[in-house]
Design a binder for this molecule. Sequence first.
Ligand code: DC
Length: 256
Amino acid sequence: MSATGSFIVTIDGPAGTGKSTVAHRLAKRLGLEFLDTGAMYRAAALEALDRGIDLTDGEAIAQLVREIELRFDWKSDPPELLVDGKPVGERIRTPQVTKAVSFVASNPMVRAAMVVSQRKIASLHRRLVTEGRDQGSVVFADADVRIYLDARPEIRAGRRVEQLRAKGIVTTESEVLAQIIERDRMDSSRRDGPLICPRGADVVDTSDIHIDEVIDRLEEIVRRRAGAALVESACEGSGERACEGSCEGHADGNRA
Ligand code: DC
């Protein structure tokens, strides 16, 4: 924990590594709050669609992000995103928004506005697990604990196919794999907020381990990095099982 009393755990990594679920569960286990930055990008995309803003007009969308109030209802679980005080609900998860958000998130001006918004949230909610591809590398580069979740592209493709199937969308694994490989290439070569493994991050590969074990390993990392005192106090009231596993992450995360 820093002298200012803030404590931030960042979880970066590509899509399909289970970041959101893992971050949410880890936050609960540690008694920290959970910040879903993907939801913020999705809300910006939804607002842009609703207002008929051209998705390629970065300045207009950045202005939108600066104007709207993005805040979470921290009493709901997981915290629900409110735009100008109104809950956005599942409207940010539609295929239309999912498609639009990739334009929105690739714009440097939008990203800069979002970084300001995320840091503002962290200044008010000082004990956080925050999840998103640039959290440990850009937004909270001096976070107390930085974790990079990874998984082999084939595994991530398989998970995505399952998710789509659950929604009644039929697709082939090879098609999804090709999309994932292309998206990784674009994400890692992006000039602004590229998908990289933050310096000094602990890398956890989720390809062959059950999500429960991923949470155990992450909690062990946080204990080791932050000291037992914080985790002991933060664990109070947590519904999660205590960590028994050991971390196999790389102390010097430079894999991306
Ligand atoms: O994690 P998600 O699918 O809800 O994220 C939505 C989109 O926003 C996705 O295209 C990745 C992008 N994103 C980003 O660029 N930076 C973040 N910190 C979080 C999400």
